[in-house]
Design a protein around this ligand. Sequence first.
Ligand code: 5GP
Length: 189
Amino acid sequence: MKQGKLIIFSAPSGAGKTTIVKHLLKKFPSLCFSISATTRESRGDEVNEKDYYFISKEDFLHRVARQEFVEFEEVYNGTFYGTLRSEIERIWNDDKHVIFDIDVEGGLRLKRKYEQDALAIFVQPPSLEVLKERLSGRGTDSQEKLQERFIKAEKELGYADKFDVILKNFDLETACAEAEKLVGDFIKR
Ligand code: 5GP
């Protein structure tokens, strides 16, 4: 099997990492998005096998038992997310580098596993207040789900300095330009 690199974008949900990752995918044809498996329901216009592999909890736990995940997390109570080994292999075999949009603990786990082949970037929102506004503005989650996301976000902000780089997302255009530079330099190495 061939081995490419791993570019990990982690942040609390709502920090803007998905937008930055989508921007990079347009800029760099040598990158491919790692489609995670999840047990949550699809939201809005999300597409199965493009945004996520939406699978049942039973299927997810079978895959855990068969050690099919390089990392997985019960990100929210009862809701699992994970990166399948087969997903990374698929992308490397296609001669591409893998780019991840993943929670903070999952991101750090991948960094520990792949070390210098991985670049772990923490996307920092302007403040917890802004993050809360963005999450509420989506209008896709119940109050209970939102509270859970707020609590997790607050905890995750404390992990920033464990990453290779902290990318401030105070202004989206600036953040995208900085991300381009970081990723461009890393895949050239
Ligand atoms: P959402 O439900 O908003 O799509 O994602 C919730 C959180 O789970 C986000 O922080 C997202 O980055 C993270 N996430 C998505 N895929 C994975 C994965 O494969 N592993 C882990 N650990 N987290 C993931």
